[in-house]
Design a protein around this ligand. Structure first.
Ligand code: NDP
Length: 313
C-alpha cells in the first residue's frame, strides 16, 4: 500500500445530487472540500432520460445534462473534484482515514457519505451475459429500444409496477413476473397494472433463464408452486427488484438498518460516528428523489460546517 497521505477538512464521497450539493455548500463555507466521484460519476441520474420534476427546469432536463450542471456549479465554487473510488475506511479515530482505489490515503476531519444506491440484479448467468443487450434495470432509460415489441419485467414493488406501466405504452405486451402470490406495490399501483390490458401477470413465478446468444429473444420461467416451466419470446428483459445502498465499506463503523441503509439521527445527516455525515439514497429508502437527495446534501454540508466550527476549525 502506498504512503501518499493527504489531509483535508471535508471529504465528500459520491457525485449524485447529494454529493454535489454538499460540495457546493461546503465550498461556499470555505471548507475546501475534496470530492471523489466513485465508479459512476453523476450517479443514477446519468442512466435516466428526461427529468421533469426537478424544480428550476420548467422545460425538463436530461438526467446526464443535469448532473453536468451540478458538477460545473460545484467546480465553480471551488470543489476539488476527482475521479476515484473509496475502497476502505477507518472511522475509529479523527482524522478519519479513507483509502481511494486501494492506495491513496485521505485523512479527513469530516466525511460526507453520498454514495447512493444501485439497482439489484437476479444474479443469474444469462442476466449478466445479456446485460446491455436486451437486459436492463431501467425501463425509462431503455424502454424506447423495444417499441412495438414484447418485453418481460421481473419485480412486484412500486418501481416494477411503474416501469411495467411505462413499458405498456411502448410495447405490444409486457409479461410481468411476480415471485409470490401477491405484489408488494401500493394498492393504487397494483390496480394500475392489473387494469392495463397489455400487461400480463404471472404470479408464483421465478425466472430460470433469459434466452438468446447475443441479444435477448426469450425467457424461461418456472411456476414455483407447480414446477411447470414455460418459454416466452421477448426482446427485452427488465429487472425492477429494488435497490441496494452502497454502504458496504462503512458497515464496520456505521449503524445501518437491516437492509444496509445508513442510519441518521432523524432531521439531521448525523451518523453514529461524530463527524461522519450521510445524505442521499445511501440513507433514504423512502423518497429517493433527486431533489430530496440534494436537500439532504445541503443538510450534511451545514452539519459538517457546524461540527468543524464546534471543534475549533
Ligand atoms: P421494493 O423493495 O419495494 O420491491 C422489490 C420487489 O422486488 C418486491 O416485490 C420483491 O418481491 C421483488 N424481488 C426482490 N428480489 C427478487 C428476486 N430475486 N426475484 C424476484 N423478485 C424479487 O423496491 P422498489 O424499488 O419497488 O421500491 C422501493 C421503495 O420506493 C418502496 O418504498 C416504494 O414504495 C418506493 N417507490 C415509490 C414509488 C411511487 O410512490 N410512485 C415509485 C417507486 C418506488 P417480494 O415482494 O416477494 O419481496
Amino acid at each position: 500500500m502506498s504512503t501518499t497521505i493527504e489531509k483535508v477538512s471535508c471529504l465528500i464521497i459520491g457525485s449524485g445530487p447529494a454529493g454535489y450539493t454538499a460540495a457546493i455548500y461546503t465550498s461556499r463555507a470555505n471548507l475546501t472540500p475534496l470530492l471523489y466521484q466513485g465508479i459512476q460519476p453523476g450517479g443514477q441520474l446519468t442512466i435516466t432520460t428526461e427529468v421533469e420534476n426537478y424544480p428550476g427546469y420548467p422545460d425538463g432536463v436530461q438526467g446526464p445534462d443535469m448532473m453536468v450542471h451540478f458538477e460545473k456549479q460545484a467546480k465553480r465554487m471551488g470543489t476539488d473534484i476527482r475521479y476515484g473510488l473509496a475502497t476502505k475506511v477507518d472511522f475509529s479515530n479523527r482524522p478519519f482515514k479513507v483509502w481511494i482505489d486501494e492506495e491513496k490515503e485521505i485523512n479527513a476531519d469530516t466525511v460526507i457519505i453520498a454514495t447512493g444506491a444501485s439497482a439489484k440484479w437476479l444474479g443469474i448467468e444469462s442476466e449478466t451475459r445479456l446485460n446491455g443487450h436486451g437486459v436492463s434495470a431501467c425501463a425509462v432509460c431503455d424502454g424506447f429500444f423495444f417499441r412495438g415489441k414484447e418485453v418481460a419485467i421481473v419485480g412486484a414493488g412500486d418501481t416494477a409496477a411503474e416501469e411495467a406501466h411505462y413499458l405498456s405504452k411502448l410495447c405490444t405486451t409486457v409479461h410481468m413476473f411476480v415471485r409470490r402470490d401477491q405484489m408488494r406495490a401500493s394498492k393504487v399501483m397494483q390496480d394500475r397494472v392489473m387494469n392495463t390490458p397489455n400487461i400480463k401477470m404471472y404470479f408464483n413465478t421465478d425466472t430460470e433463464e433469459i434466452l438468446g446468444e447475443k441479444t435477448v429473444n426469450g425467457v424461461r420461467i418456472k411456476n414455483n408452486k407447480t414446477g411447470e416451466t414455460q418459454e416466452i419470446p421477448v426482446s427485452g428483459f427488465f429487472v425492477a427488484i429494488g435497490h441496494e445502498p452502497n454502504s458496504g465499506i462503512f458497515k464496520n463503523f456505521l449503524e445501518t438498518d437491516e437492509t444496509g441503509y445508513i442510519k441518521t439521527v432523524p432531521g439531521t445527516s448525523k451518523t453514529n460516528v461524530e463527524g461522519v455525515f450521510a445524505c442521499g439514497d445511501v440513507q433514504d429508502k423512502n423518497y429517493r428523489q433527486a431533489v430530496t437527495a440534494a436537500g439532504s446534501g445541503c443538510m450534511a454540508a451545514i452539519d459538517a460546517e457546524r461540527f468543524l466550527a464546534a471543534h475549533g476549525h
